[in-house]
Design a protein around this ligand. Structure first.
Ligand SMILES: Cc1cc2nc3c(=O)[nH]c(=O)nc-3n(C[C@H](O)[C@H](O)[C@H](O)COP(=O)(O)OP(=O)(O)OC[C@H]3O[C@@H](n4cnc5c(N)ncnc54)[C@H](O)[C@@H]3O)c2cc1C
Length: 598
C-alpha cells in the first residue's frame, strides 16, 4: 500500500456527517462549463435524432440496431469520457459525465448498453489495467470499435458475489489460465467483444481476467426475457475450458474482489445519474400531459393533488441532482491530486474508494426517486398511463431494475453504515468520539430553532440530524457492539438517515450558494425546503423504529426524547411551496427550465 496523504476535510468521504460544510465548497450544476454543457447537449441531440425515432424497433430488438447506435454514440465521444486521452478517450471527470449519462438513460435499455460498456466494462481496464492492457484495449473500446461487459454475478451468487464458483487454473505450460463456470445476467453479453470476468484461481483467489469473446471456450446463453430494459442484451456468459492468456490477468491474482467492488462504486454513481435523467424525462412528460388533459372543464394541472405530485417529483430530483454534482466534483478534485490508494502496477485513484458511501447513497436514492417519479407520472396519465401510448409505462418497467443491480438497495443500505464503522475502525473518521460528543451536546443543548430564514433553519436542523444519527450509532454500538452487523433493520435506519441528511444538505447548500447569485434562487430554496421538511419527519419516524428495538423503560423514553429534541422542526407550508413549484413547471415545461436562471 502506498502511504495516503491526508486530504482536506471536505474531500474526505463520509465527512459531511461530522462537520458543517461551507456552501462555497460545494459544486453545483449551475457552475458547469460551456464544454460540459455542450457534451450533454450533443448527447441530447443524438438521443432525439438518432435513437428515439427507432424506439419501437429497439424495443423489439431489431437485429443489429442497438450495436449500430452504440457505435454512433461512441464515435461522438460519448462513451470514452473517462478513458485518458493517450488511449483514445476524452480524459474527462465525473462532473462532465453526469449530463451524458442522464441523456443516454432517457431510454434506459440503451443507456445500460452504453453505461455497462463505458463504466463497469471499460472502467476496470482504465483504472486497473497495466500499460500493455490499456494500449491494447482502450483505443478500441473508447471509440466503440469493441464493446465491453462486466461478468461478476452467477446463478448461485449475486449479492454474495464472492461466493462465485467460476474457477481458473494455470495450465502446465504456465501460458494460460483455464476458466470454467457460467456468469449470469451479463449486460451486453450478446454483442460484447471483451468480458471482464471474475473467477477464483484454484477455486480460492478471486481474480479479474480480460476475456475476449473469440478465445476458445467462450460462448453465451439465450437472451433473458426481461420485465424492462427490452432494448438491451442480458445473457449468461459460459466458460468451458476457456483459454485466457496469463497476460490478461487484470491487476494481480487474488486482488479481483478489490477491483470488482471499486468498479461497482463507480457503477453506482453512474446509475444515480442515469436514474436522474430518466426521472427528469418522466417529469417533463407528466407536466405536459397535466397541462393538456382536461377534466371537470379544467386542465388537471390546476388541481392541488396533481400540483402536489409535480412539486414533490421536482423536489426529490433537485436533492438527488445536488448530491450527485457535489460528489462528482469531490471525486474529480481527489483525482486531480494524483493520489493513488493502492500500489497495483498501474495504480488507481483514491477517488473511487474515498466516496464509496456517497456512491451508494446516490444509487439507493436515485433508484427510489426514479421509482417514485415513474409511478406518479403514470398516475398523472390515468388510464392512458397504463398503455404503451405514453412513456410512463415503459419508464415504470425500466425503473424497477435499478433497485436490484449494482448491489441491491438492501445490500447498499447495509454497506453505508458498515463503511462508516470500517473507516472509523481504521482511524479515518472519529465516529465514536463524535457520537460521545453528540450525546454530551444533546444533554445540554436547548436547541432553539432558527426563525426568519428558512434555509438557515433547514441547515440548522440538518446539523442536529447529524447529531441524531451519531447518537444512534453510539447507542447501537453500546447495545450490540460488533454484533451490530447482524442488526440489519437498525443498519437500514442509520442508512436512511445518512441518505436523507446527505441529499437534504446538498440541496440546502446549493440553494444557499445561489442565494443572491441567481434570479431564480427562490425556486431553488422552495425545492430544497420541500425535501428537508419531509425528510425531517421521515427521519424521526425511522429513528423511533431503531430506538424502540434498542432500549426499554426509562432508557427508551430518554432516547426518544433526545431524538425528538434533535429533530425538532416547525413544519413549513409545503402545500404552498409545491403549488409554486408546480405553477412554474407548468409555465416553463421541464425540470431544467424550472431551475434555470430566469
Ligand atoms: C437486467 C440485469 C442486468 C444485470 N447486469 C449484470 C452485469 O452486467 N454483470 C453482473 O455481474 N451482474 C449483472 N446483473 C446481476 C445483478 O447484479 C444481481 O441480480 C444482483 O446483484 C442481485 O443478485 P441476485 O439476483 O442473485 O439476488 P440475491 O442476491 O439472491 O438477492 C435476493 C434478495 O435477497 C436480498 N439479500 C441478499 N443478501 C442479503 C443480505 N445479506 N441481507 C439482506 N438481504 C439480502 C437482496 O437484497 C434481494 O432482495 C444484472 C441483473 C439484471 C436483472
Amino acid at each position: 500500500m502506498s502511504a495516503q496523504k491526508d486530504l482536506p476535510a471536505h474531500l474526505t468521504g463520509g465527512n459531511f456527517l461530522f462537520t458543517e460544510t461551507n456552501p462555497a465548497l460545494v459544486f453545483t450544476p449551475e457552475e458547469l462549463t460551456g464544454d460540459e454543457r455542450e457534451m450533454a447537449s450533443t448527447a441530447e441531440k443524438f438521443m432525439d435524432k438518432e435513437v428515439f425515432p427507432h424506439l419501437e424497433a429497439l424495443e423489439h430488438r431489431e437485429e443489429g440496431l442497438a450495436p449500430k447506435l452504440f457505435r454512433q454514440a461512441a464515435q461522438l465521444g460519448l462513451l470514452g469520457l473517462e478513458v485518458p486521452e493517450e488511449y483514445g478517450g476524452l480524459g474527462l471527470g465525473k462532473v462532465a459525465g453526469i449530463g451524458v449519462a442522464e441523456q443516454i438513460s432517457r431510454l434506459a435499455g440503451f443507456g445500460i448498453t452504453c453505461g455497462a460498456h463505458s463504466g463497469i466494462g471499460t472502467g476496470p481496464i482504465t483504472y486497473f489495467g497495466n500499460e500493455a492492457q490499456k494500449k491494447k484495449y482502450l483505443p478500441r473500446l473508447a471509440p466503440g470499435e469493441l464493446m465491453a461487459a462486466y461478468c461478476l454475478s452467477e446463478a448461485g451468487s449475486g449479492s454474495d458475489a464472492l461466493g462465485m464458483k467460476t474457477k481458473a487454473v494455470l495450465n502446465a505450460a504456465k501460458t494460460h489460465y483455464v476458466l470454467n463456470g457460467a456468469k449470469m445476467w451479463i449486460t451486453n453479453a450478446a454483442w460484447a467483444d471483451v468480458f471482464v470476468v471474475f473467477a477464483k484461481v484454484d477455486g480460492e483467489h478471486v481474480t479479474a481476467f480480460i476475456v475476449e469473446k473469440t478465445f476458445p471456450g467462450v460462448s453465451t446463453g439465450r437472451e433473458e426475457l426481461k420485465l424492462g430494459l427490452k432494448t438491451s442484451s442480458t445473457r449468461r456468459v459460459i466458460l468451458e475450458d476457456a483459454q485466457v492468456p496469463v497476460e490478461n490477468v487484470l491487476g494481480e491474482v487474488g486482488k479481483g474482489a478489490y477491483i470488482a467492488f471499486n468498479i461497482l462504486n463507480l457503477g453506482r454513481f453512474t446509475l444515480g445519474a442515469g436514474a436522474m435523467g430518466a426521472a427528469k424525462d418522466l417529469l417533463r412528460t407528466a407536466v405536459k400531459y397535466a397541462g393538456e388533459r382536461q377534466q371537470f372543464g379544467r386542465p388537471i394541472a390546476s388541481f392541488g393533488l396533481i400540483q402536489h405530485k409535480l412539486g414533490e417529483m421536482a423536489a426529490r430530483i433537485y436533492a438527488l441532482e445536488s448530491a450527485l454534482y457535489r460528489t462528482a466534483s469531490q471525486m474529480d478534485q481527489v483525482k486531480a491530486t494524483g493520489e493513488l490508494v493502492y500500489s497495483m502496477k498501474a495504480g488507481h485513484f483514491r477517488a473511487i474508494e474515498e466516496f464509496a458511501l456517497e456512491c451508494s447513497a446516490v444509487k439507493v436514492a436515485g433508484s427510489e426517486i426514479l421509482t417514485f417519479v415513474a409511478d406518479e407520472a403514470l398516475q398523472i396519465h390515468g388510464g392512458f398511463g397504463f398503455t404503451e401510448e405514453f412513456s410512463p409505462a415503459r419508464g415504470t418497467r425500466d425503473a424497477r431494475i435499478n433497485r436490484i443491480f449494482e448491489g441491491t438497495n438492501e445490500i447498499n443500505r447495509l454497506f453505508i453504515p458498515t463503511n462508516l464503522l470500517r473507516r472509523a475502525a481504521k482511524g479515518k473518521l472519529a465516529l465514536m468520539a463524535a457520537a460521545m460528543a453528540a450525546f454530551a451536546d444533546a444533554q445540554k443543548e436547548s436547541a432553539p430553532e432558527k426563525t426568519g430564514d428558512d434555509l438557515a433553519a433547514a441547515q440548522f436542523v440538518l446539523g442536529r440530524a447529524k447529531k441524531a444519527v451519531l447518537l444512534l450509532f453510539g447507542g447501537a454500538h453500546q447495545k450490540f457492539g460488533d454484533k451490530i452487523i447482524h442488526e440489519q433493520e437498525v443498519l437500514a435506519v442509520l442508512s436512511d438517515l445518512v441518505i436523507d441528511i446527505f441529499l437534504g444538505e446538498s440541496a440546502v447548500l446549493r440553494a444557499l450558494k445561489l442565494r443572491g447569485q441567481s434570479p431564480n434562487a427562490g425556486t431553488h430554496a422552495d425545492l430544497a425546503l420541500v425535501f428537508v421538511n419531509d425528510s425531517v419527519a421521515r427521519m424521526e419516524n425511522r429513528a423511533r423504529d431503531a430506538i424502540a428495538h434498542m432500549a426499554t423503560g426509562d432508557e427508551l423514553k430518554m432516547q426518544l426524547g433526545l431524538a425528538r429534541k434533535m429533530l425538532r422542526w416547525t413544519p413549513l407550508d409545503t402545500v404552498a411551496l409545491r403549488r409554486r413549484i408546480a405553477a412554474r413547471l407548468g409555465t416553463v415545461g421541464s425540470y431544467p427550465a424550472l431551475i434555470a436562471a430566469k
